[in-house]
Design a protein around this ligand. Structure first.
Ligand code: ZN
Length: 353
């Protein structure tokens, strides 16, 4: 079995939502309920060794079922969120993560040594990520506190505007160039993340925002869960020019399993074949290189191919990649090592430590 370190999941959102209805999030993760995509039993079964777990404030259903006869849609951007309730939710989700850690269900990892230790113990290596920074203030005081608590990755925006920048709305077909990029506060956020060692994730930002970060950041560019715009022209996917910039920076793109971002017709159909995922991986490898392609499942956050189903089915994708010609060394990079390399760079780690 090829262990997978995955770049994006929304398991904390699912656990938090169910906790609000009275469920015990620790038991739900450790024992599993069969709902959604990730829990401890299914992660172990599928070789999901760890990944970035998003603290994300939901705007509710994104509305991409509302399509015209051609399957096209253009969802207006979700309304910006107020900071105070967003901070409360972010704290609740972080608290769930720490309670699972205390119960031994996973290990919150703050550096690559922690990840290696979790892997050696057979524990899910969870890295805390913030998808959209509604919980962070313009002076970045909350950033210091979340960093001290273990936050090691963030996206300045989800598909919403924040004080830090502009998100890309969900639209198909659509260019990712849908509006302005980073604000002045966003530029300060990028610089500060570079300085203290927090990875910056460019999924969900406008193309302009992507280029703003490319100019400002001195770290490899990371897009945790996006695919190739040339194959699936949804606003959330990356143009070949963006892929070239990721390659230039020694960065990484994580393959998103969301069928709406994989299919040529953008359809939301669970019967999407794994061959659509292979097409995207081939394209990403061609444009970013074998050292810059990884996985960013969006487990618990999207409709994914039924042939994978949930974390337990992850090795079906590995097998499909193998059948498509990817050998052991390449699979190791795609499934784990590329993520570790860019995180180490973002976290100021050198090969020596
Ligand atoms: Zn996302």
């Amino acid at each position: 079995m090829q262990p997978v370190f995955d770049g994006h999941n929304d398991v904390l959102l699912r656990l938090w939502s169910n906790a609000a209805k009275g469920a015990d999030p620790v038991a739900e993760f450790m024992e599993g309920t069969g709902e959604g995509h990730i829990d401890m039993p299914r992660a172990q079964k599928g070789g999901l060794a760890g990944g970035l777990c998003a603290i994300y404030i939901s705007s509710g259903d994104i509305g991409d079922d509302n399509r015209d006869a051609n399957g096209h849609y253009a969802v207006p951007l979700s309304e910006p969120l107020e900071r105070a309730p967003s901070l409360d939710i972010a704290l609740d989700m972080a608290s769930i993560a720490f309670r699972i850690d205390r119960a031994g269900g996973w290990k919150i990892c703050r550096n690559s040594k922690d990840i290696a230790a979790a892997e050696a113990e057979g524990k899910f290596a969870a890295v805390l990520h913030m998808e959209g920074c509604e919980a962070i203030d313009a002076d970045l005081a909350a950033l210091d506190v979340f960093y001290a608590a273990g936050l090691r990755s963030l996206g300045p925006v989800w598909s919403r505007h924040t004080i830090f920048g502009h998100g890309v709305p969900f639209a198909f077909p659509s260019s990712p160039d849908t509006g302005p990029g980073l604000t002045e506060a966003g530029k300060r956020l990028v610089k500060e993340c570079n300085r203290i060692g927090i990875a910056i994730d460019l999924a969900h930002i406008t193309e302009q925002g992507f280029w703003d970060v490319a100019r400002l950041s001195d770290k490899p560019l990371i897009v945790s869960h996006s695919n190739a715009h040339a194959l699936t022209p949804i606003s959330r996917n990356l143009t070949d020019k963006q892929l070239g910039a990721v390659r230039e920076s020694n960065g990484l793109v994580g393959l998103n399993f969301a069928v709406t971002m994989l299919r040529a017709d953008g359809g939301k159909r669970a019967d999407t074949p794994l061959s659509d995922m292979i097409r995207h991986v081939d394209h990403l490898v061609e444009h970013v290189g074998i050292d810059g392609v990884a996985l960013g499942s969006d487990f618990d956050g999207a409709t994914i191919p039924a042939e994978i189903g949930d974390a337990a089915g992850l090795q079906n994708l590995v097998a499909a990649l193998r059948d498509a010609g990817y050998g052991d060394a390449e699979l190791k990079k795609i499934c784990r090592d590329n993520w570790l390399r860019v995180l180490r760079a973002a976290w100021h780690e050198t090969e020596a430590n």
